[in-house]
Ligand binder design. Structure first.
Ligand code: NAD
Length: 477
């Protein structure tokens, strides 16, 4: 397969300033897929300058035209989604069905924000004293730096690029080092859709931290939209403080999955499989802590174990695989070590577990742990792998207390009788709750977390507001 493996700056694909590259690896095979251009700090600042030069023109481009560009990108990616999925499989390691689902989800952000670009509102009214008209309008915030993770390399990029471009902002995309090929493909699609020079830029700095900090400090950068770990999010919030850059932060999660007394166990297991195993568990929304009412605990554990056992572990290039590789041997070893620690802390392995050192492929089997203690290491840590950790509970108050006992607040899942499940959903301290379903994400819904899971929302009509600033003009009545 041929991959684009260059930087994209000011409308041109090019090597990094010093001619350095870094390897992009296939985590399922351990082989090198491409040597990607390593951006220098100067390359990154050139990208910011290009975005700054293009800003005035793009901000003045009629919303309809901006929307039409996004619509063309949607059409192109829809036609090419199998190609995109293949690239995701290769560099991320996930199974093909997961990659294809991501490609579809990623593409939908272009369609959604092509429609939102023409729906930005404002206000025009008389002040209470009658001395003036209050005119409120929205203006694009400016050059936007978009930093994305490796776990959804396409969707996390389009979830930022689409609203930024719809709002009239110009962009610099900085994808994760593990998955730049997918980002380059998305940028290539935007170029083919007609993005003017400088409106979209792609940089992959090595090392990352100093170059991102230099871009954040550039006076033209007015927005930092980040998706990644809470640890890196904190670092970037500090960096953004120096120049008071507006930030949107989509950070880590530690999602509770609550199965209430009286829940339909089969439906809960179906939901658990989606909530846990989508993306092989490498999702910020992944169910991480299963709290199951004692009356259903054994039945749920047995049925979940059977359903987890049905996953076919193997490379995503084999279309029969339903559970692919983790993104790197390091990620795989992190998951293995979490499971080992859980066992030393008293958990029992019902399925899977793997203590062998990782070989060429970063594979970890579907695993079910029971008798996990609330507050144990695995219960407090974002697992990011195919491991379900089950904790029993006796009362609804206990379940809610344990579910909320975390620094994270991205998403929760509740299964139970509808009225009670809804009441519990309202008590969960999370930005999103899925009731009697295993997935909540939708481009038309506001995605984001409370507490240390983030700031701001992506998708929906709110996603575009992250890239707009309110402007109030006082005029004579
Ligand atoms: P990460 O925080 O390690 O990296 C994210 C991005 O930040 C990458 O592009 C990386 O190169 C960059 N980065 C790393 N160190 C940096 C630094 N010092 N300065 C500037 N940039 C830096 O996250 P990851 O491992 O790629 O992704 C997994 C994490 O992302 C998980 O915690 C997951 O929950 C989170 N995530 C959150 C959401 C959400 O919407 N809330 C979605 C997907 C992933």
């Amino acid at each position: 397969m041929d991959y684009r493996s260059d930087l994209y700056i000011d409308g041109a694909w090019r090597a990094g300033g010093e001619g350095r590259t870094f390897p992009v690896l296939d985590p399922a095979e351990g082989t090198e897929l491409a040597a990607f251009a390593a951006a220098t700090e100067a390359d990154c600042l050139a990208a910011v300058e290009a975005a700054a030069a293009a800003f005035e023109g793009w901000a003045a481009t009629p919303p309809r035209e901006r929307g039409e560009l996004l619509r063309r990108a949607f059409d192109l990616l829809t036609a090419e989604r199998e190609v995109l999925a293949e690239i995701i499989v290769r560099e991320n390691g996930k199974a093909f069905p997961d990659a294809l689902a991501e490609a579809v989800y990623a593409t939908e952000f272009f369609r959604w924000f092509s429609e939102e670009s023409v729906r930005v509102g404002g206000d025009f009214r008389l002040s209470p004293s009658g001395d003036k008209r209050i005119v409120v309008t929205h203006q694009p915030i400016g050059v936007s730096l978009l930093v994305t993770p490796w776990n959804f390399p396409a969707a996390m990029a389009t979830r930022k690029l689409a609203p930024a471009l719809a709002a009239g902002c110009t962009t610099v995309l900085k994808p994760a080092r593990e998955t730049p090929l997918t980002a380059a493909y998305v940028v290539d699609v935007l170029e083919r859709a007609g993005a003017p020079r400088g409106v979209v830029n792609l940089v992959t700095p090595v090392p990352t931290g100093p170059a991102v900090a230099a871009m954040v400090a550039h006076p033209a950068v007015r927005k930092l939209s980040f998706t990644g770990s809470t640890e890196v999010g904190r670092v970037l919030l500090h960096a953004a403080a120096d120049t008071v850059v507006s930030t949107s932060m989509e950070l880590g999660g530690n999602a509770p999955f609550v199965v209430l007394e009286g829940a339909d166990v089969d439906a809960a297991v179906d939901g658990a499989i989606v909530a846990k195993m989508r993306n092989g568990g490498a999702a910020c929304t992944a169910a991480n802590r299963f709290y199951v009412h004692a009356s259903l605990y054994e039945e749920f554990a047995a049925k979940l174990t059977a359903a987890m056992d049905a996953f076919v572990l193997g490379p995503g290039t084999d279309r029969a695989s339903t559970l692919g590789a983790l993104v790197s041997p390091e990620e795989r070893d992190k998951v293995a070590s979490l499971v080992d620690t859980a066992v030393t802390e008293g958990a029992k392995v019902r399925l899977g577990g793997d203590t062998a050192p990782s070989g060429a492929g970063a594979f970890y089997p579907a695993t079910v742990l029971v008798d996990v203690a609330h507050g144990s290491t695995i219960n407090r840590t974002e697992i990011f792998g195919p491991v379900a950790a089950l904790v029993p509970f006796d009362t609804v108050d206990d379940a809610v207390r344990m579910a909320n006992d975390t620094i994270y607040g991205l998403i929760g899942y509740v299964f139970g009788r509808e009225d009670e499940a809804l009441r519990v959903a309202l008590r969960l301290d999370a930005g999103m709750v899925a009731v009697n379903r295993g997935v909540a994400s939708d481009p038309a819904a506001p995605f984001g977390g409370t507490k240390q899971s983030g700031l701001g929302r992506e998708g929906s009509s709110e996603g575009i507001l992250e890239f707009l600033e309110e402007k109030y003009v006082a005029v004579a009545p």
